[in-house]
Design a binder for this molecule. Structure first.
Ligand SMILES: *Cc1c(COP(=O)(O)O)cnc(C)c1O
Length: 377
């Protein structure tokens, strides 16, 4: 039997190459052209009013906090409540902007628990960063209400949520910014890219400048402008080189076409796992998907007593799971918050993400279930 990896992205190679060929033939691989087309398609798909294509979700999160800080006159040391169970990029983005990460605990969906967030609110709290773990919305709607009640901004780290729906809609319309990742192993994989969707047009406009060195007009609109003064742009900010390019956007355009179909198969794989573990619930806990949520099923996470031992045993059987995530307060960088989130801390040693990707079959899932059950105690 071949080994089964945690993630293995699928590309419709001929279609991706056709998109890339178009860029190469046109001689336009950078900002503009396909990036504009993908932004338009993403807005049509999600229903968001604004979408700006970037080179990663990490820079998107960083820009979200930079712009919200700037526009709302937050000061260094103001606080953002975030989760300890995430890829460290989420929390670094807060720190980049001189803000402090205050950790709140997670619930049974491995997402931020609104009750615990409320306990962590201080006079310095300005925003909440919510991560839709594995594509799950968790208690997102309650957190929207909480943010309204306490007048807090809300940023949605939707790195796992491409195509996730809540009651039939793409969630996030209430958030001040929603950030997607199209990194190599996410459920809408390119090689590296991301998208930021601001609620306010004004923020989107600032973001477009900041993502390209602070320049107030992008190359594409300059070359499509008539007139001889194309070079005469202004620079309004000390911006960054964060925007996406047409090669990545070309791949993303193909991936988006298949996103719903691919996510449906991911949910089928998750269902097969659920069925496989149905009779061993005393030993193997699975993470439920929240009511009304049609998850992208980026991850399939189980909770067990002997995680590290199980992981090694599965490796022996050529199955390569992962861990999403280690409690961030265990990292030196965030150690100041150790012991503030007991749930996340406990789960950090007990959770395991099983392989989930489009090349897998029902047979693979059954084999993995069988091996997990065999080595789990
Ligand atoms: C992958 C990931 C990111 C970062 O995405 P990049 O596009 O790689 O920068 C942020 N948050 C979460 C939860 C992620 O899984």
């Amino acid at each position: 039997m071949m080994s089964i990896q945690l993630f293995s992205p699928t590309f419709r190679i001929e279609e991706c190459l056709a998109e890339i060929r178009e860029c190469l033939e046109k001689g336009w691989t950078g900002l503009g052209f396909k990036t504009v087309e993908f932004e338009d398609r993403w807005k049509a798909y999600t229903g968001f009013e604004n979408a700006h294509f970037l080179n990663s979700a990490t820079v998107g999160l960083s820009l979200a906090f930079k712009i919200l800080k700037m526009e709302n006159k937050w000061v260094d040391g103001d606080e953002v409540i975030s989760t300890p169970l995430t890829f460290v990029s989420s929390n670094h983005a807060i720190v980049y902007e001189g803000l402090n990460v205050v950790f709140a605990d997670v619930d049974e969906y491995l997402c931020l628990d609104p009750l615990n967030i409320e306990k962590k609110i201080t006079t310095k709290t300005k925003a909440v960063l919510f991560v839709g773990m594995g594509g799950n919305v968790g208690q997102y709607e309650k957190i929207v209400q909480l943010c309204k009640r306490y007048n807090l901004k809300l940023v949605l780290d939707a790195a796992h949520m491409s195509g996730t729906r809540l009651n039939g809609e793409i969630p996030g319309k209430e958030a001040d910014a929603v950030v997607y990742s199209f990194q190599a192993v996410k459920n809408l994989p390119t090689a590296d890219s991301g998208m930021i969707c601001f609620k306010e047009k004004k923020h989107d406009e600032i973001c477009r400048k900041l993502s390209w060195l602070g320049i107030n007009k992008d190359t594409y609109s300059r070359t499509t402008d008539k007139g001889a003064y194309k070079w005469k742009y202004d620079v309004e900010y000390v911006g960054y080189k964060y925007h996406g390019n047409s090669i990545m956007a070309g791949i993303a355009l193909v991936q988006l076409k298949y996103l719903d179909q691919d996510n449906a198969y991911r949910r089928q794989l998750a269902k097969w796992y659920d069925d496989g573990f149905n009779n061993v619930k005393d030993r193997i806990k699975t993470v439920a998907v929240a009511d009304g949520c049609e998850s992208s099923s980026h991850l399939y996470v189980i909770e067990v007593n002997n995680r590290d031992q199980l992981l090694l045993a599965l490796n022996e059987s050529d199955i390569f799971p992962g861990v999403h995530y280690r409690d961030n307060t265990e990292y030196k960088m965030y150690a100041y918050a150790q012991n503030t989130c007991p749930n996340a801390h406990r789960l950090s040693d007990r959770i395991l993400s099983l392989p989930l990707h489009l090349k897998m079959t029902k047979h693979d899932v059954c084999y993995i279930c069988q091996q997990v059950i065999k080595y789990c105690n």
